[in-house]
Design a protein around this ligand. Sequence first.
Ligand code: ATP
Ligand code: MG
Length: 362
Amino acid sequence: MNRPIVQLKGVQKTYDGEHLVVKDLNLDIAEGEFLTLLGPSGSGKTTTLMMLAGFETATHGEIFLDGKPINRLAPEARNIGMVFQSYALFPHMSVAENVGFPLSVRGVARSETGERVERILALVGLKGFGERRPAQLSGGQQQRVAVARALVFEPKLVLMDEPLSALDKQLREQMQYEIKQLHHRLGVTVVYVTHDQAEALTMSDRVAVFNAGVIQQLDTPEGLYEHPTNAFVASFIGENNKLGGTVDSNDGAWCQVRLADGSKVGAKAVAAGGAGSRTLLSLRPERVLMRPEESGCDVAADARIKDVTYLGDHLRLRVVAFGDQEIVMKLPNASRVRAVAEGDAIRIGWRAEDCHALDAAA
Ligand SMILES: Nc1ncnc2c1ncn2[C@@H]1O[C@H](COP(=O)(O)OP(=O)(O)OP(=O)(O)O)[C@@H](O)[C@H]1O
Ligand SMILES: [Mg+2]
């Protein structure tokens, strides 16, 4: 990891003096990193960004920028770029004036401002749009002006709070790509907020999954999907079968879990307790396989198909196994998938390493 440009140490925030909306936040953000705060509504993402920007102060703890404490530093002295969904463009100013604004408040000479505005507008694909008013632009173009305005004074750190949430799916995906490209080309550090998990996984070097003011897991996209450390993260990132059970034995690495119908299955002991404790087994739909005896599975069972949904590139099956446990499977629509239909009796299975025994909380 590069040296940290931002450090949050023991940061807490309460608005009413009673409820902590951010609880003991400890986070190092590396220089040049694209870090996303992902979490449900009200989990404290915007509050965290506001404290970084300086529009809110931490109730406890300290925030460091480039190694220096900034708790008492005014927003404009922090030199941080910002793109907020609600941070509208100035409607009475042209595109060029909007983008040049951060430079004029910093006292940059007119001629230099003009050059830098042109350069950044070209970079976000808006060459020649300088004289227009924001109202004469599409939503995606306005968003690009906001991005240009946040980057024009060459901040080392840019904060973006759900910058794409007002755009339709196609434009959103295009802008995701463009922001990612800009990040790559400029080497700027980006702290990005979204509650869209696909957006977080596509764009980020690392993702901090928030819930109720606490980081549940800080990891790469792959790490979050493949190795969720608790039931909240497993449920929040990607689709996930949950099988409730009781731990029979646990050697720290692997455990045996007894399901509701009495059958025993082996699983990775990620966050399971000792014998007798409740656990939730987490199993991705695409890791549940047909013909377990031929597929190297450690667990095999009889199942009955409840329904089949055709989704083009894959089939989605809901099956019932282990008594009345419902399990979702995704079968790639390869030519070798034999016809499956509602009511069919099939065999299903999985590898023990794909089944994670987690805390029973979520
Ligand atoms: N200015 C404020 N005064 C009082 N409470 C606030 C204020 N701003 C936010 N809150 C509360 O703090 C909590 C966290 O809010 P925050 O805006 O950080 O959530 P968020 O994760 O950004 O959610 P969303 O995804 O909906 O934007 C919420 O319970 C919210 O009601
Ligand atoms: Mg928010």
